[in-house]
Design a protein around this ligand. Sequence first.
Ligand code: PXG
Length: 460
Amino acid sequence: MSERTTAQWQAADAAHFLHPFTDFQLLAAKGTRVITRADNIHLWDSEGKKILDAMSGLWCVNVGYAQQALIDAATAQLTQLPFYNAFFQTATPPAIELAELLAEVTPPQFEHVFFCNSGSEGNDTVVRMVRRYWDLLGQPARKLIISRNNAYHGSTMAGASLSGMSGMHAQGGLPIPDITHIEQPYWYELGRPLGLSRDDFGRLAASWLEDKILAVGPERVAAFIGEPIQGAGGVIIPPATYWPAVQAICERYGILLVSDEVICGFGRTGQWWGSETFGTRPDLMTFAKGVTSGYIPLGGVMVGERVARVLIERGGEFNHGYTYSGHPVACAVALANIRLIRRERLVERVREDTGPYLATQFASLKEHPLVGDAETCGLMGAVLLVMDKHAGTPFAAELGVGMLCRGHCFGNGLIMRAVGDRMIIAPPLVITRAQIDDMMALIHRCLDLTWADVRAADGG
Ligand code: PXG
């Protein structure tokens, strides 16, 4: 890589690089931020500025940056065998070993995996696989997949259709047929105004699934898909009553339950899988991101025995797959990553130590005049900025208070994401208590700066 000045990087970027989910013109005018290196939980930009990465890259660098074991695994595999496919009745040792290890670290119903390169491809695979399952069982009418508003399941045609984001559906003629959505289990926005307790709201939100099933006809429904905690939607942590009720409804109507574990998987919530934290027994689980800690792309679908047995025993050929399904280098990195998570007991550390510690730190944020709610689960957290914390009145969207806060975060060396006015974090699972203290000090400072802006705009 050549050395250039920030301005030179920005000019070349503006001239040639169309970024994901970006207003191209706005970014070209402003200039992209160029990240050049990283270590542990910190990034450095092309100006030499050090930044605490409280988003783990994009919810993925769970073991932190610069882990030598992952680098060595990639280097060794690149030297030994950089690529071979899994199509022609062939396989490579890292792919076989990873399939075996994933069966070990997932709940007991999972013995099989289908490899992809990303979460989006994983969810495309889910759509094809659940429809194939019902075809093979002689119930081809079961095509409909129920998802939720404000879900994020990816950006391919099926991924974006499963996602419940109106801005995405507005572009490209989505959703594709036979995908429908129900309302999300967001207590603050939907349950609190009704005066419902979190638990009562969780049961109500689950009942919307049953209402939808009955409205469309159970004989048409193939599957329900959800993230245990909605990540990109703003770290929406459902009430404890929600998922067990959803599980019971799926069982009542024989519908497949799909847990999208792309963010929640690999220890984020303090268990290996979000479904374990929330007490469900999914038939399929999508994973990506944390499987390699983002060092190299890899995703896939864990296929529960209920579905796997039908595909294997009655299926014949499943006409689906990617050139890089089971890429040996990606699989070698995943093996090193999962072994590191085990060796360092990162999941236990989140559950027993850093997760509870973060929760107490976040509880103190509730006293801040800007904060309407603050909650965490494991090492995911959200702070909701509101105009009137007692009445729970939101700011007008045009004010862009979340973006204002995000600007202060960048300015002060902290990466925190804004989803509307929900400020969210998902730091690397290797973060220590002392580093959580550093992060919290930055969060407090940025909230204070945002509060000062809001008061100034209000005329003091
Ligand atoms: N499912 C979930 C739950 C995700 O969070 C995907 C699927 C798609 O994965 P790929 O690997 O195809 O991107 C995701 C991805 C954000 C943000 O702004 C979140 C994601 C991706 C990009 C941005 O929070 N999650």
